[in-house]
Ligand binder design. Structure first.
Ligand SMILES: C[S@@+](CC[C@H](N)C(=O)[O-])C[C@H]1O[C@@H](n2cnc3c(N)ncnc32)[C@H](O)[C@@H]1O
Length: 229
């Protein structure tokens, strides 16, 4: 078992570079120099506890240190580390939470989320491509975080409405519009991080807000499409 929530410290992601799935930013102040604290420190520790190479096809493992998306077959990618880190910092996952990972792909984000929630929490990864469900589930099992699992996404159903509500929802594929079905799967004060029409959005459920949610925008990104319908 390798739960980073014990408080381990991690090396930074280092790396630079650009790619088809890239944060535009420049605004975040992210650099090798900044002090790891709060959400940043927890995310760095969780990413260090689940090294990327273990979630890549054998042919891609030597490229694990590349800060860009990597091919995992079936037209899909293992996400760019800098992007994963930025999304997880926005998601602000806490120990003990229930988390949904939409588009679990290689299983990497599912395993990192499992590190963040720890054994008192749970993570459900859902994935559309059956072959990736198999490899992603195998990778998550090998990651030593039995409170996380991956299952086939139900055709025509976005997320996992029967398993909710969730404290946090991460979406690693680009939606055309804000997926209301996923907002509905959030519990009170739940947070959804999802790329929508080129922008990374953080959506927090707040029953006192006029629309019941507070939506903020966090830089331009490119992703594979979120399949709906
Ligand atoms: C960028 S890739 C995988 C990223 C993944 N988190 C990782 O670390 O490897 C996005 C994934 O979303 C999946 N996907 C797209 N639409 C989906 C949907 N509606 N439900 C579940 N998975 C979906 C794709 O099949 C693809 O594997």
């Amino acid at each position: 078992m390798s739960w980073a929530g014990r408080g381990g410290r991690a090396g930074g992601s280092g790396g630079s570079g650009e790619s088809g799935e890239s944060g535009e930013s420049g605004e975040s102040g992210e650099s090798g120099e900044f002090v790891e604290s709060g959400a940043s420190g927890r995310v760095a520790a969780a990413m260090a506890a689940q090294p990327r190479d273990r979630f890549l096809p054998r042919s891609q493992r030597r490229r694990a240190g590349y800060d860009g998306p990597l091919d995992i077959g079936h037209g899909q990618t293992n996400s760019q580390p800098r992007t994963v880190r930025a999304m997880l910092e926005l998601l602000d996952v806490r120990p003990g939470q229930r988390v949904l990972d939409v588009g679990s792909g290689s299983g990497w984000t599912t395993a990192i989320l499992a590190e963040l929630v720890g054994p008192t929490g749970s993570v459900l990864g859902v994935e559309l491509v059956p072959e990736l469900v198999r490899t992603g589930a195998g990778n998550v099992t090998a990651a030593g975080v039995p409170w996380a699992r991956v299952r086939q996404a139900d055709p025509g159903v976005l997320g996992a409405p029967d398993d909710g509500p969730f404290d946090r929802v991460l979406v690693s594929a680009m939606a055309a519009t804000l997926p209301v079905e996923l907002v509905d799967q959030l519990g009170p004060h739940g947070i959804l991080v999802v790329p929508v029409h080129g922008w990374m959005l953080r959506v927090e459920r707040d029953d006192e807000a006029p629309d019941g949610v507070v939506v903020t925008r966090h830089g331009a990104y490119a992703f594979v499409p979120l399949i709906t319908g």
